[in-house]
Design a protein around this ligand. Structure first.
Ligand SMILES: *[C@@H]1O[C@H](CO)[C@@H](O)[C@H](O)[C@H]1NC(C)=O
Ligand SMILES: *[C@@H]1O[C@H](CO)[C@@H](O)[C@H](O)[C@H]1NC(C)=O
Ligand SMILES: *[C@@H]1O[C@H](CO)[C@@H](O)[C@H](O)[C@H]1NC(C)=O
Ligand SMILES: *[C@@H]1O[C@H](CO)[C@@H](O)[C@H](O)[C@H]1NC(C)=O
Ligand SMILES: *[C@@H]1O[C@H](CO)[C@@H](O)[C@H](O)[C@H]1NC(C)=O
Ligand SMILES: *[C@@H]1O[C@H](CO)[C@@H](O)[C@H](O)[C@H]1NC(C)=O
Ligand SMILES: *[C@@H]1O[C@H](CO)[C@@H](O)[C@H](O)[C@H]1NC(C)=O
Ligand SMILES: *[C@@H]1O[C@H](CO)[C@@H](O)[C@H](O)[C@H]1NC(C)=O
Ligand SMILES: *[C@@H]1O[C@H](CO)[C@@H](O)[C@H](O)[C@H]1NC(C)=O
Ligand SMILES: *[C@@H]1O[C@H](CO)[C@@H](O)[C@H](O)[C@H]1NC(C)=O
Ligand SMILES: *[C@@H]1O[C@H](CO)[C@@H](O)[C@H](O)[C@H]1NC(C)=O
Ligand SMILES: *[C@@H]1O[C@H](CO)[C@@H](O)[C@H](O)[C@H]1NC(C)=O
Length: 415
């Protein structure tokens, strides 16, 4: 079990993203298959009795170090039990109901004899509170996600849950990429708490509308700014000039979520070959590998491999090794200033802005003549406009010349 957690954590660190570190646990069933996953943050505020009939209130967080003994996974009900500190525990049980599952009861037990948490407590027994969580209507095979704070009050205990990512009834030994967001995370009206990909826009003040969206595919349109154009280059060695140069603003779309690639802080690596060159961009949240090939006359983007994590914490890795994009003659560069989008794999789309690349035959570290993409209106329009203007000018000159000639001719004749 803990090995599993370590593995997940390792993966997490592997792609070095910056996400709030909640308490992350996994539970496996008797066949060693992942059956329950949780990453969440909980704050407890507990009031307890101290001397002279007075009460004290302490606030503490669910530690990241917990054990999951006594957690169970069943076909229709599962329990996640997190044990921590000196005899404290927090558990939640889930039940499946058709195509949905929900959390039934949260049971929090705290041991008042733990003097580090409850100093001067007059009681020394373990107290237990049961509360009803608002985790309902979670689609089977989806992760429940709730970044918003949710305070659940009980008599002497307030629990605040946030940055919650839970999947119960995990199938096929891996967590789902699909998310059921809590209503508080969903930006208003049209979208009900149904299955959808999370949006990266920060939620506007939430009105807890209960209107059911007509289709779960209705997604809030993300209003991302144009990504910053990164200027990347690869050198054979430290003393040579660049052998691969690329200026690109990148955005990727994974399912319904769109993310800009931030060039600031990006680690650039890669290699230049005769027939194949590679550019690897590693940001905090994403790693993008671009492989270019040279087939003597032309180069093209042949393979793309993107690994990253969505805002809800879902890891993804998508690759296509059979692309033919950004084609241009070897010794020139490919340029496309206009926004372009490409479907790389069915869940992954790539958007480019202000693109110029030259993966082969770079001279003096600067771009050679650019082959512009046909999408650039300006690249088509400007020659057309200039051509039309020139043609008009020539016509006027010719007409003027002809008229002038005729006038002179006529003039000569009358003499
Ligand atoms: C489930 O996945 C984990 C890690 O990905 C692996 O160690 C384990 O053997 C898998 N279990 C089964 C039953 O395939
Ligand atoms: C729980 O929250 C309520 C409302 O904010 C507050 O009045 C109460 O004192 C809190 N109780 C504890 C134990 O923190
Ligand atoms: C949770 O508790 C910690 C420590 O008491 C505190 O610093 C933090 O602000 C709390 N967070 C929330 C959301 O209440
Ligand atoms: C969930 O746990 C509570 C408290 O132990 C219990 O009353 C309830 O029956 C459980 N629900 C299911 C479906 O097991
Ligand atoms: C708990 O408190 C009772 C008296 O209130 C005392 O007799 C007992 O020894 C205490 N137990 C522990 C484990 O401290
Ligand atoms: C996620 O949702 C999509 C579309 O709704 C569906 O095609 C896909 O099978 C789902 N994936 C999982 C793992 O449930
Ligand atoms: C919205 O939530 C608030 C408190 O969370 C509740 O008082 C109110 O009745 C809810 N409104 C609707 C329309 O559900
Ligand atoms: C780069 O140049 C420096 C000084 O000119 C030299 O010391 C170093 O060995 C060179 N490095 C390579 C990889 O050629
Ligand atoms: C890059 O990030 C650093 C630290 O995160 C920040 O100080 C700097 O202003 C950023 N630069 C740009 C161009 O955004
Ligand atoms: C894409 O990159 C990841 C991480 O480096 C790697 O595990 C995976 O095998 C690569 N996929 C392809 C098709 O090269
Ligand atoms: C992708 O580009 C096509 C035109 O090339 C455009 O019709 C479509 O709306 C674009 N899709 C997105 C999501 O921007
Ligand atoms: C492209 O490939 C051809 C044939 O493999 C090779 O002769 C040529 O040097 C390559 N061009 C560059 C710029 O590497």
């Amino acid at each position: 079990m803990s090995r599993y957690a370590t593995f997940v954590l390792f993966l997490t660190l592997g792609i070095a993203f910056q996400l709030s570190h909640g308490t992350e646990v996994t539970v496996v069933d008797k066949d060693n298959q992942l059956c329950l996953f949780a990453n969440l943050m909980v704050n407890f505020s507990v009031s307890y009795e101290v001397a002279d009939n007075k009460s004290a209130t302490v606030e503490f967080e669910l530690p990241t170090k917990v054990t999951t003994d006594e957690s169970t996974c069943g076909a229709t009900s599962s329990t996640l039990k997190l044990n921590f500190g000196e005899g404290h525990s927090w558990s939640v049980n889930f039940t499946i109901n058709g195509k949905m599952y929900q959390a039934d009861t949260i049971i929090f037990s705290y041991n008042l004899s733990d003097t580090t948490v409850f100093p001067n407590s007059v009681l020394n027994e373990t107290e237990t509170v049961a509360v009803k969580p608002r985790i309902t209507d979670v689609g089977v095979d989806t992760c429940y996600s709730c970044k918003s704070k949710d305070m659940i009050e009980a008599d002497k205990v307030n629990q605040t849950l946030w940055n919650v990512l839970i999947q119960a009834f995990v199938s096929n030994n891996r967590t789902s990429e699909n998310i059921t967001s809590c209503p508080a995370d969903v930006p208003t009206t049209t979208v009900a708490p149904t299955t959808h990909a999370p949006s990266t826009t920060t939620a506007a003040p939430v009105t807890n509308s209960t209107t059911i969206a007509p289709s779960p595919t209705t997604t809030p349109t993300p209003t991302l700014p144009t990504p910053t154009t990164g200027k990347y280059s690869i050198k054979h060695d430290e003393n040579s000039t660049a052998c691969l140069i690329a200026n690109i603003g990148l955005r990727i779309g994974f399912k319904q979520e769109e993310m800009n690639f931030d060039p600031n802080g990006t680690k650039v690596s890669g290699s230049c070959g005769v027939n194949s060159s590679e550019l690897i961009l590693m940001s905090n949240t994403m790693t993008i590998m671009l492989t270019f090939t040279n087939d003597t006359k032309k180069f093209r983007l042949h393979a793309l491999n993107i690994t990253g994590k969505t805002s809800s914490g879902v890891l993804f890795s998508e690759a296509n090794t059979n692309l033919s994009l950004w084609e241009a003659a070897v010794g020139t560069s490919y340029m496309c200033n206009k926004e372009q989008n490409y479907t790389i794999t069915s869940p992954l789309a790539l958007y480019t802005f202000d693109l110029q690349v030259q993966p082969f035959g770079v001279k003096n570290g600067v771009f050679s003549t650019a082959h512009e993409c046909s999408l650039d209106d300006t690249s088509i329009l400007i020659p057309i406009i200039v051509g039309a203007a020139l043609a008009g000018l020539i016509l006027i000159v010719v007409i003027a010349y002809v008229i002038g000639r005729r006038k002179t001719y006529v003039g000569y004749q009358t003499l």
